[in-house]
Ligand binder design. Structure first.
Ligand code: DGJ
Length: 476
């Protein structure tokens, strides 16, 4: 074809065509070089994604980090602006382009560091199946935590009871060991109801999986425990009269509109728990909840209500299997608090709460009262130390329980969840010492007289250990 073309053309036309071809080829080369040097907007995020994943080795879906980190800022500069911090805007001028790239590179570097910091590589797990003597008992908040069989612990949103007879702790929590998905486009990230797990330990560090204390229900769609529903924040208390272990939990449907509490019982701490049913306490919607057993055996339920606008506190019946319909108190009205956790110190009740931002972290608050039914006074954010930005986000976690330690009067363990909404099963635990250290907070004035009100501190530590002898029975 080409040959025929040349044959029929004049010499001048041939030259002209050659020049045209050459200049066309040159333009292609220039275009390619430019493209390599300054890739287009749509290509850069892909490149960044793979770089980021290699370096942090945490999750197959970096968009989760982007959404999880969107509230985090470093040195006053929001890390996640608009839809993505790693997205580079195209600029008309080369100079701007280069400067933007440098800024984005710096941001990316911080994001990488932060992601590695918040969800450290699994190679760094706290692994009770492999730990040598010197490693046992060292807590690294945010690292993956493995039980004595080497499996990641699945006990999220949970709580712990201590059984003095066997000197054993039992940790109950949500088994989130399934695939994360959304029921609808705007629905929250979730996993199927896979039951409530139970782990046992003598030292609070090496945990043995005791099985599913409460199982999910795969067939019966009418069951509260049906896989497509929601079972969250299970807490267990022991009834000294009935000698039964009673588990209370948040029961919901996939859209969180059922808003109820459920109860189950067992004769043994490890279960199996028999599910008794659910209800709306005091006729009110209830979502995040906890139960608290007082020294005199009275037990209370605390739950977020009125679409999380307030908390309600009410007494449980003597057998702990129901809620007393009378005597409920509304607290923190219009303050939108959830994830309540209650503990008692020197006759004063303390409650830790979070704000309401789904799986994203926010600031914690401590409240105090001389009676479970209030009035309650808000004292302030108990978090101290560590990175300032993370501190204001409860160290990138949400509280689930405050554990008293046998033998240590003024020290508790703060138990929090560092949720990973793209892959909830890889959510981490943030356990930190919670100490009652010293008299009243400065600048806190309350109308209520609290003779023994203490400063509550949840102090950040990259790694920490319980003091020796804390569980020595002589201290009890
Ligand atoms: C925040 C609650 O504290 C969690 O238990 C869970 O219900 C999430 N919201 C769901 O978005």
């Amino acid at each position: 074809m080409m040959h025929r073309l040349f044959k029929t053309c004049h010499v001048g036309t041939k030259c002209c065509l050659l020049t045209l071809i050459w200049s066309f080829a040159t333009w292609i080369v220039i275009f390619q070089v430019y493209h390599v040097l300054f890739p287009s907007k749509s290509e850069i995020p892909e490149l960044r994604k793979s770089q980021l994943m290699d370096s942090v080795n945490v999750s197959p879906d970096i968009s989760a980090f982007q959404s999880a980190l969107k509230h985090v800022s470093i040195r006053g500069e929001p890390l996640m602006k608009e839809s993505s911090s790693v997205q580079i805007r195209e600029n008309s001028s080369l100079k701007n382009n280069t400067r933007n790239r440098a800024v984005e590179e710096a941001k990316l570097l911080r994001l990488k560091k932060l992601a590695g910091l918040l969800f450290p590589s699994k190679a760094l797990s706290m692994d009770a199946s492999k730990a040598n003597h010197s490693e046992v008992g060292i807590y690294y908040p945010g690292r993956e935590w493995r039980d004595i069989a080497g499996h990641p612990i699945q006990a999220h949103g949970g709580g712990i009871i201590y059984v003095p007879k066997s000197e054993t702790f039992f940790w109950y929590g949500e088994n989130k060991g399934g695939r994360t998905y959304h029921l609808s486009k705007r629905g929250t990230a979730r996993v199927d109801v896979l039951g409530v797990n139970c782990y046992s330990s003598k030292d609070l560090w090496s945990w043995k999986f005791e099985g599913r204390a409460l199982k999910g229900e795969y067939r019966n769609k009418k069951s509260d425990l049906y896989v497509k529903n929601v079972v969250e924040r299970p807490k267990v208390i022991y009834n000294d009269r009935s000698k039964l272990y009673v588990m209370w939990m948040h029961i919901d449907n996939g859209t969180y509109s059922k808003a109820a509490i459920g109860v189950a019982v067992s004769t043994h701490p490890v279960g199996p728990f028999e599910y008794l049913g659910s209800k709306r306490p005091h006729g009110c919607d209830s979502r995040d909840m906890t139960v608290f057993k007082d020294d005199n055996g009275d037990a209370y339920i605390v739950y977020s209500s009125q679409i999380n606008n307030e908390l309600h506190v009410g007494k449980l019946t003597e057998d702990y299997l129901d809620v007393m319909e009378r005597g409920m108190e509304k607290i923190f009205i219009k303050q939108r608090r959830e994830a309540p956790a209650v503990f008692k110190h020197k006759s004063i009740y303390y409650m830790l709460t979070s704000g309401c931002t789904s799986w994203n972290p926010n600031g914690a608050l401590i409240h105090a009262s001389t009676s479970m039914l209030g009035p309650w006074v808000t004292i302030g954010d108990p978090c101290v130390g560590g990175d300032e930005e993370l501190r204001t986000l409860t160290f990138f976690s949400q509280g689930s329980f405050v554990l008293p330690l046998p033998g240590l009067q003024d020290t508790f363990i703060f138990m929090g969840d560092r949720w990973l909404p793209s892959d909830l099963r890889d959510s981490r635990y943030v356990w930190l010492p919670l100490t009652m250290n010293g008299p009243l907070y400065q600048g806190v004035s309350t109308d209520i007289h609290f003779p023994q009100l203490q400063r509550v501190s949840i102090r950040w530590a990259d790694e920490w250990k319980l003091p020796q002898g804390w569980n020595n029975s002589q201290n009890l």
